[in-house]
Every structure is written in structure tokens, then in C-alpha cells.
Design a protein. Sequence first.
Length: 312
Amino acid sequence: MKTNKLVNTTPTPNLLYGEMRRMTDTELRIVLIINRQTQGWVVNKETGERKIEDWISASQLIKKTGRSNRSVSSAITTCIKNKWIEARDKEGNILDTPEKRSGNKILYRLGPMFFETQTSEVTSRIKSKPVKNVHSTSEDISLQPVKNLHSTKETLIKETNTKSIGADAPVETSSKKTLVKKPKESEVEVNEAIKVLSSLNPDWNSWYRPGPMRASVKKLVKFTKDDGNDLTELVQKIVASRGKEFEVQIHNPCDFVQKYSKLITKKKKSGGLSSENVVTPGRYNDVFKQQRELKAKKEEEYRLKKLQANKK
């Protein structure tokens, strides 16, 4: 019987597939590249020991991910914050901020969460799934009761409340049948940012729902944190430009994300937001009416002068 055998493979932590849903596309690419550059190399063939860390330059990460410098820098910051990766200098000091990483030779490695088993942080993310004992003996298996396949909703809730994480943890009983989940801190920040952006468009309530608008708000929160800009101040200046000859054409989070870089660049250079790079001339009747009237007056004066000259 023939079997397919993979060659030139790199081991990947199983936990990564659970964390994947919390990552953006660029963040996942960063983690996979660092995994390839470290776990993909065997340093000791006898013991099977693999490389712990590897020096990866910013240009290499940009080339391998196919993403921009800004996207890579923002993704690295998020990955370090969530402990998916670690960045250290040659002395082993952790470089957990962009300021510490600036100008240093950076050694990247996978985060400790992928090497530690059943840490409190990981188990807190998987509240609904009890931790299983990996090293179960035949005796332990024989003592486990057979589960009822036709469980009702009530019995499932009771089982969830009475199960404990870890072998020696005390059994907790609870009469509550519903669990109220608190929103994540990042989601609270997004909701607050939506309130700030509400003055851009009367249909801002729809931005709370999952979709491209909410995803764009998350990006704006990251952008302003990384750059140290005040989102409220930017929105106020955008709104203040309305009704003028040049108006900043930003009416929703997607517009904001697309024009953010040019907007901030112009703001730093001139202290204002009006620029042919980021704004479009507003078509206001009062402004163009005056221009047309002035042009017509000059044409009439020129016509009368020409008639007088011909009579002479």
C-alpha cells in the first residue's frame, strides 16, 4: 500500500490553529514566517533540537509577507502584545515596544504561549472546553462514565458548571444556567471609537455590526495608537472642513483608512487638512455663482469697449 510522505516540513504548534481566528492576515503571516525561520531548522540532528530564535530584518519580513512596512510594523506590535511572538536583542533583553526595537538588531522567536502547556492565560481563552489529561492510563479510561449522546440543553449547562480545569482543582457547582460574557477590552475601544466617528455619517449605528466598517474602525484604533494621534481631534477637523471650498471627503471608516496616511502626512507638514492629495473641491453654488458673475461682467465690459472702438 502506497503512502504519501511529506518532505521538507516545519512543525507548527497546534495552539496556533486556535489563535488564528484572533489574527489578521498580516499577523498570521508574521507568526508563520517566524515559525519557519526557527522551528524549520534543526541545530542538532542527534537530539532533534531546533533553532530557538533567528535574526530577521524588517526588509525580509516585508518581502516574505508581501505587506507594506506600516502593516508589518503594526502586526509585529500586536503579535508581541498577544504573546504570539517575542523580539529580543543580542543580550536577550525583550524589545516589546517600537521604540526599543528601533535601530536594534532583532532576534525573533515564537511566544512562550506555544511552548507552555495549560497556562492560565490559554485556559482562560477556552472557557467552554475543559482541559483533557493527555497522559491517561487504561485504568483512567475504564473509570470514565459513558456520556449520554442525547443530552438536553439543561444537562449540558450543568456539566459545564461542574467541570473543573486541571486534575486537582475543586469541583464547583453553580445554579446559574446562563453565563454573561464581558466584552473584550479591544472591542470596548472599537465601540468607543465608533461613537467618536458618529459625526461623519448619520448611518453610524450600522458600524457596530461585524463587517468592513467595523474592521476599518479596528484599524483606525491601531493606527492612532501606533502614531500617537488623537482620533477625536482628527474627526473634529474633518467635520470642520465641511461647507468650505475644499472639503475632506471622508464619510465612513473605510474612507478614513484609505486616506489616513496622506491625511496625517499633510497634517504634520502644514498643520492643516486641506490638500489636493486628500481633499476634493466642494461644489458649492454660492462660490461658483460669484465667479460666473464676475466673469460675465468682465466679458460685458470688454464687449462694450470693443463696440465703442469700432464706432470711432
